[in-house]
Ligand binder design. Structure first.
Ligand code: FAD
Length: 242
């Protein structure tokens, strides 16, 4: 399993985009986090949780393909070192020679017969734009997305629900069943989004009042800024006098 797993990770790194999107970067971080959480060999997983703290692996931004291929090579070398195995050359060109090749096994033609569930091609309920952010947050909402327009609305819905959940954790403005109802209603009819946004604002009203009072307090702090400016001006005058 270790050998095959490494091949997958190094190959994913080799084919990582030269200019990754925010979603690519997040997905790579999630992959590493998933290994620390779920790698199927328990002892390896426990070791990995320590190895991922190694200063030579930190910080990692996954903001380019080269950074990503060498990061995986360094991680593998740390595991190699812990197991008393030889170190591998992490030169990006050498890594590309080994891992940047055709997958081989994937046949681009669909072989499913016309009578199969998908009729030999992907369409109907299975089509739509890919959105890893949405999928990881809410796979049901993701599955309802059929067009780029749906995708924008679904992201807004997902953000609104997240905001509601956060405010709920902080201030308990909605009950859990209400939140589920909101999600179902907005997914069914996106135009209800504004209604629920307004409702959120109304229910948060008293809590927002507190912030408003704090903001007013901040305005008083401006006096201190003025004081600072005056004091600097004073210094200048003093310097001029000198
Ligand atoms: C995330 C993870 C954690 C693991 N933790 C443990 C553990 O704690 N204890 C344990 O006993 N086993 C662990 N393993 C398994 C271990 O790393 C080996 O896969 C296993 O021992 C088989 O070793 P191997 O000699 O076949 O070569 P592997 O280490 O599996 O390497 C396969 C091939 O990859 C190439 N390679 C070697 N090093 C690198 C590198 N740095 N960069 C790129 N390519 C390289 C070489 O061509 C090598 O033949 C872990 C595996 C993984 C994926």
């Amino acid at each position: 399993m270790g050998r095959r797993s490494w091949f997958l990770f190094h190959s994913m790194a080799a084919k990582y985009p030269e200019y990754p999107s925010e979603d690519d970067i997040q997905a790579m971080h999630n992959l590493v986090a998933t290994l620390g959480q779920l790698y199927p060999c328990k002892l390896c997983r426990l070791h990995l949780r320590e190895q991922l703290r190694d200063p030579s692996l930190l910080p990692v931004t996954f903001s380019s393909r080269t950074e990503t291929t060498t990061w995986w090579c360094k991680l593998h070398n740390i595991v190699n070192a812990d197991l008393g195995k030889p170190q591998f050359d992490c030169n990006p060109f050498a890594l590309d020679l080994v891992y940047l090749k055709d997958c081989g096994e994937c046949d681009p033609r669909k072989k499913a017969p016309k009578s199969s569930k998908t009729g030999g091609k992907l369409d109907g309920p299975r089509t739509g734009p890919w959105d890893s952010y949405l999928y990881s947050r809410d796979e049901l909402l993701f599955s309802s997305v059929k067009t780029p327009g749906d995708q924008l609305i679904a992201r807004d819905i997902s953000d609104l629900i997240s905001a509601m959940t956060v405010f709920n954790d902080l201030f308990g403005v909605f009950s859990k069943s209400e939140l589920r109802l909101v999600e179902a209603e907005i997914t069914e009819s996106p135009e209800l989004r504004n209604k629920w946004f307004d409702e959120l604002m109304i229910r948060l009203g008293p809590e927002l009042e507190v912030f408003r009072v704090e903001e007013d307090d901040d305005e008083d702090d401006d006096d201190w800024d003025d004081w600072g400016e005056e004091s600097e001006r004073g210094d200048e005058t003093h310097r001029d006098e000198l």
